[in-house]
Design a protein around this ligand. Structure first.
Ligand code: BEZ
Ligand code: FE
Length: 309
């Protein structure tokens, strides 16, 4: 393996993987090397550009910590996260579509009874959410578990604040025997993804903004069904067609109906305007022998400290 040139180096690198730990690893790395080399050839990558790329990835690594996963943000903003979600979550027509997981989910969010207040002091216009969880035949799926999480009116998740252990606008609930659920939260608002690091600079250099359209995250699990990781997006949001992470599906857009102050759906008087949202989730049966499969884009990333935005 000597005197390699631009014509034979790709074959030489691939040949060096002959003893890879597994055939899948060999397949993945062969394809990666082929595409990486083809990319460099296609754009006639200069040495300066190569070094600029190395510096960029170094910065992505340096800012990544327990509290911030810049590599996932890079994957999200390059559309890779949504591509992997799409490749791994093909469902029959009629099932609720999946979308990106995002970095703000946490395990063991507080359990809230049906009808309870998920907001727990998070700032925002009140929103009363209700819905059902059904199968493809439209029959209710009893007692599914729902995890919900969302940003507040300032565009921050609870874990982005200094008192990040106080959970607001996130909860775990269990639907009733008829597959129905309802809870009180706050109106979802658009927010920018963390953009004070290298990914933010990349977006700026590309003439892109960092905003995500207003949405409410759901993770729904029920025995015998695939785990659903998705959002419900707010109809009318200005960023629906330019989501920084390419996660919007038309089927996931719903009306947040605004109501003037008055009697709220839970029968209590509201002296401020409030919103109502209703959504029906259709779960896909799990393949035989598999239940509650974790969506491939949920990488187990858990921010631990305050995140800078
Ligand atoms: C989110 O929706 O929480 C999110 C998704 C991707 C990147 C940042 C945030
Ligand atoms: Fe989000």
């Amino acid at each position: 393996m000597r005197n390699l040139d631009e014509d034979n180096i790709t074959r030489a690198v691939i040949g060096a993987h002959a003893k890879a730990a597994s055939s899948r690893m060999r397949e993945v790395m062969t394809s990666l090397v082929q595409h990486l080399h083809a990319f460099a050839r296609e754009i006639a990558l200069t040495e300066e550009e190569w070094f600029h790329g190395i510096q960029f990835l170094t910065e992505v690594g340096h800012i990544t910590s327990d509290a911030r996963q810049e590599f996932i943000l890079l994957s999200d903003t390059l559309g890779l996260s949504m591509l992997v979600t799409a490749l791994n979550n093909k469902k029959p027509h009629g099932c609720t579509e999946s979308t990106v997981f995002g970095p703000f989910h946490i395990e063991n969010s507080p359990h809230v009874e049906l009808g309870g207040d998920v907001a727990n002091g998070a700032q925002g216009e009140p929103c009363f959410v209700r819905g059902t969880i059904v199968n493809l035949a439209g029959h209710p799926i009893p007692h599914a578990e729902l995890q919900v999480w969302q940003a507040d009116a300032a565009g921050n998740y609870d874990v982005q604040y200094a008192d990040r252990d106080v959970h607001r606008a996130r909860a775990t609930l269990v639907a009733d025997a008829d597959g129905a659920f309802h809870f009180k939260s706050i109106r979802a608002e658009a927010y920018p993804i963390p953009h004070d690091g290298p990914v933010g600079r990349m977006l700026k250099a590309l003439g892109r903004h960092p905003w995500r359209p207003a949405h409410l995250h759901f993770m729904i699990t029920a025995p015998g069904y695939e785990r659903l990781i998705t959002h419900v997006f707010r109809e009318g949001d200005r960023y629906l067609d330019s989501d920084a992470v390419f996660g919007v599906r038309s089927s996931l857009i719903a009306d947040w109906v605004q109501h003037p102050a008055g009697v709220a759906p839970d029968g209590t008087p509201s002296d401020v305007p409030f919103n109502t949202l209703s959504f029906r989730f259709v779960l896909n049966p799990a393949p035989a022998g598999e239940s509650g499969r974790r969506q491939a884009n949920s990488v187990g990333w858990k921010p631990r400290k305050e995140l800078e935005t």
